[in-house]
Design a protein around this ligand. Structure first.
Ligand code: ASP
Ligand code: CP
Length: 339
């Protein structure tokens, strides 16, 4: 079974169905001892990752690179336009052809929607979309849904039939777009959306969910949107993708905080966010005052990102779990401070 559907690129969450999604999550579970550094794996010995990030990133770039290194591969990386020859006018197609000659797989983030598919079209090796403008962020949605499954299972439930609030910049936020589409593979979901004026979810994304039988509700306040939901997913205002006046109009107070959850009588809800959380004053994002609530899952998401991205590489490079098992051994060194 090819977990990416057709081909070996990972460009969109639309490449998955329920069995392939479950297969990818099983692979992520299988490599978690390696991510936790209980074991050392060399299955990607000799393989090279080309990591190309033309937009800022902390967790996507570092977790993709760590995932590749943890599997025994090597990494070359370039960040920003300034330090690549795109600054000299080189096209996406030429860049992709050149760097795919140096790598066995490419991970690409770029500010233009559709640009990573353009990379893939000219690449001779698999390409993974690490975010293409306001388009998609498939690896983020995969780790989000993986985390949701784990958190809801820990509460005795599951994703099917659950109620999910998605808040914030739903227009430019690619994580929200990918998440709604990937969640639509599940059964009978209820989506509650809150977005400030001008930052509403694209109709095509809402229609995608309703077309698959889910109920979709739009709310004027966050309190209403989070009432009675099982999961709340907050997102950052994507200031870098909008005109200054729209950014200014969304620069006051918190999007979500403890008082809002208390007012909605939902302090125990699973709280998620793709991060980064904009912690500047009046950023209109998730407040840090929720950090002591029991449902806070934002750092579980970041930890899960490592194993989900390891599973993505194993799939892109056609590595079996048996090959992983045969190249994994106990580590002889101490890892975390708890060791
Ligand atoms: N880090 C995520 C992204 O690159 C979310 C965000 O930046 O707000 O899409
Ligand atoms: N969630 C996410 O994509 O984070 P970065 O932008 O830091 O990679």
């Amino acid at each position: 079974m090819n977990l990416f559907g057709q081909g070996r690129h990972l460009l969109s969450v639309l490449q998955f169905d329920r069995p392939t999604l479950a297969g990818l999550f099983q692979l992520a579970d299988a490599v978690s001892p390696i991510a936790r550094r209980e074991a050392v794996c060399t299955v990607l010995d000799g393989a090279m990752l080309g990591s190309l990030f033309f937009e800022p990133s902390t967790r996507t770039r570092l977790s993709f690179e760590s995932a590749f290194l943890r599997l025994g591969g090597e990494v070359t990386t370039t960040t920003g336009f300034t330090f690549s020859s795109m600054a000299k006018g080189e096209s996406i197609a030429d860049t992709a052809r050149v760097v795919s000659g140096y790598s066995d797989v490419l991970v690409v983030r770029h500010p233009d929607t559709g640009s990573v598919a353009e990379f893939a079209a000219a690449s001779t090796v698999p390409v993974v979309n690490a975010g293409d403008g306001a388009g998609e962020h498939p690896s983020q949605a995969l780790l989000d849904v993986y985390t949701m499954e784990k958190e809801l299972a820990a509460r005795g439930g599951g994703v099917d039939g659950c109620r999910i609030a998605i808040l914030g910049d739903l227009r430019f936020g690619r994580t929200a777009h990918s998440l709604v589409k990937l969640l639509s593979l599940y059964d009978s979901l209820s989506f509650s959306f809150f977005a400030p004026p001008g930052l509403e979810l694209p109709k095509s994304v809402a229609d995608y969910a309703t077309g698959r039988g889910h109920s979709v509700h739009f709310h004027d306040t966050v309190v209403e949107a989070v009432q009675g939901v099982d999961v709340v997913y907050a997102t950052r205002v994507q200031r870098e993708r909008m005109p200054e006046d729209l950014a200014q109009a969304n620069a006051a107070g918190d999007l979500l905080n403890k008082a809002i959850l208390a007012q909605a009588d939902n302090l125990d809800v699973v709280i998620m966010h793709p991060l980064p959380r904009d912690s500047r004053c009046d950023s209109f994002d998730l407040s840090t005052d929720v950090d002591d609530l029991p449902g806070l899952s934002i750092f579980k998401q970041t930890d899960n990102g490592l194993i989900v991205r390891m599973a993505i590489f194993l799939t892109a490079l056609g590595v079996s779990t048996e090959a992983v098992r045969l190249t994994t051994k106990q580590r002889p060194w101490r890892a975390t401070l708890r060791d």
